[in-house]
Design a protein. Sequence first.
Length: 267
Amino acid sequence: MKVTSLANWRNLHQALGPDYLRIASYNIHGGVGRDGATDIRRIARVIDELGCEVVGLQEVGKLFAHTDEAVQLDVLAEETGMRAVAGHTVVHADGAFGNALLTRRPVLAVRRHDFSYLTCEPRGALEVDVDVAGTPVRVIVTHLGLRPRERRFQVERMLRLLHDLPIDLPVVVLGDINEWLPLGRPLRWLHGVLGYAPAQRTFPAWLPLFALDRVWVRPRHTLLAFAAHRTPAARQASDHLPVKAIIVPGPARPGPDVGPLPAAARQ
């Protein structure tokens, strides 16, 4: 399938109706921008630019708090008018840090998974079922670790999770995969099970060199467009550019879109 350009993404975004899902992934770096300032409302403005009704987030700071201090996820929900679903992975006395999801689509179910590895920073996946014009779509938001062995462990957990899903359920896996090598095993395993995920450079935002942020869709043929969101605001707001996709939800099917589990993930 041809991966469309940002211009084509805009054309499709304007032409397609509510039966299509516009979805994004964005590592917001705790709201810390290129200037070193923490400005969560600047992140909200970038999310508004995306024009997506579902946005998976990573590195959301202060998902909740025991004080009157504004919580980042609450601010994002208020500023964007979207419903927030928290998937915190690091919990402190004054709040939490981790994955989240913003959505304009109805939420059908929420599950949270621990992907933490040994003594490394806790990691996880947020699994949310959303309704897209009557079709349930499972969205999995994740942020993998910095060490190769850690990422392999986490992808094995992800693949086991995917293996147990109904074959006719549309699935979107998105997030900051932290895989710097285009042929790294975690990417190859995910490509093998979900189909190839297009790549565009997203990190660092002001001079992108690495395609760390990905969107996989099952079935693969339902992915119509994919692009990194390159605007002046996005280059300033975080150290990652967001990525966005347009999907036409439909039942998954056996065949080239769905591959077997790698041997490591079957153990």
